[in-house]
Design a binder for this molecule. Structure first.
Ligand code: UDP
Length: 338
């Protein structure tokens, strides 16, 4: 296991869970930077955890110094909420692409290994029943649908990283999360408009006595993946046994948890009815339909179905997701409701 790990965006949903797991299961030393530290209560006091409050786009010297100092780098700073793709596409380009490109170039300069978050969004509206890292087409929509700026910014970054691998022997691993969910995903008590992912959005709707809104009927499907399964894949990528993760791309998702958004809403209402304190709220909840233009604006276009092939992760990392939908929902609800 690598000794020194640098995590940019360490307080994020993935960063904080990964840090906890690294501290619990390995002897790695973690250097992390973030603008906030509210999700790091289990890490901050640990002798092997070093936190700096800062912004990677401002504290560039700190970042460069730590890239030099560490063995492995995980640049996890990005905006990943669809509502923002539609309202502020340039912010996505500036942070997810430009700021991260600067970091990749430094990792190339100092020959450091990078584990970079690609996304299941790169496959876009790919019609294949299962998305494969090496063979699937990446299908996006027209320019007047800014929703695709996230997908294409990430795609170009994947291509740049791949090219550095080809031409400079850059050591990287790309991982593509498929709707990772779990405790600490979003803040459901202080909702920002469109600032949360569908699961936390729906939990918040139920708790606040609002209707659950199914965008365009809710027939679109996602494979929901529990954060602990995702983090387990990351630990294996970091470990990089026999160099098996080098210069590879991994889908990290649970193909068995393939549900429509409508099914997700119905399951949630049903399960929340079993929490005595919130049962009444759940009884009252209405599930309604809204158009995507109404919900997100004209620049939105949806992904109808998104199922990962996880053969590569199994073959090269010995990884398989194990958390089923019921368990994943209950664990997440226990965190938010108890
Ligand atoms: N969605 C919905 N109602 C909401 C929020 C989201 O129907 O209140 C839908 C959204 O249109 C998308 C799916 O749920 O089809 C998943 O949305 P999320 O924001 O979690 O991210 P995505 O998987 O699209 O990246």
């Amino acid at each position: 296991m690598a000794k020194k790990i640098l995590i940019l965006g360490v307080n994020g949903f993935i960063g904080n869970s990964l840090s906890e797991a690294l501290l619990r299961k390995t002897d790695a030393e973690i250097f992390g930077i973030d603008m906030n530290n509210d999700k790091l209560e289990n890490c901050l006091q640990h002798p092997k955890f070093h936190f700096t409050e800062g912004d990677i786009t401002i504290n560039k010297e700190w970042v460069e110094y730590h890239i030099k100092r560490c063995d492995v780098l995980l640049p996890l700073v990005a905006i990943a909420t669809p509502a923002t793709y539609v309202t502020h596409p340039l912010s996505i380009f500036e942070l997810d692409f430009e700021a991260n490109l600067d970091i990749i170039k430094k990792a190339v300069k100092y020959k450091r290994r990078v584990i970079f978050p690609s996304t299941s969004e790169v496959y876009g509206m790919c019609p294949e029943p299962e998305f494969n890292e090496e063979t699937s087409a990446l299908v996006t929509g027209p320019i007047n649908k800014p929703r695709w700026i996230y997908s294409t910014s990430k795609q170009l970054m994947d291509r740049v990283i791949f090219a550095y691998g080809m031409q400079h022997d850059f050591q990287y691993s790309l991982f593509r999360p498929f709707n990772w969910v779990g405790p600490k995903l979003d803040d459901i008590l202080n909702p920002k408009a469109g600032g949360s992912r569908v699961l936390t959005q729906f939990i918040g709707n139920i708790l606040r006595g609002e209707d659950i809104k199914l965008v365009d009927g809710g027939e679109q499907r996602r494979c929901f993946t529990y954060i602990d399964d995702g983090v387990d894949a990351l630990l294996r990528i970091i470990e990089n046994k026999d160099g098996n993760a080098n210069q590879r791309i991994f889908n990290v998702g649970n193909p068995k948890n393939d549900y429509s958004i409508r099914e997700l809403a119905e399951m949630l209402v049903k399960i929340i009815k079993t929490y005595p304190k919130y049962a009444k709220q759940a009884e009252k909840t209405k599930i309604i339909n809204v158009s995507s233009a109404e919900y997100y604006g004209k620049g939105y276009q949806d992904v109808p179905s998104r199922v990962p092939s996880v053969e590569n992760a199994e073959k090269y990392l010995g990884w398989k997701p194990t958390t089923d939908m019921e368990t994943l929902l209950r664990n997440t609800l226990d965190f938010y409701l108890k």
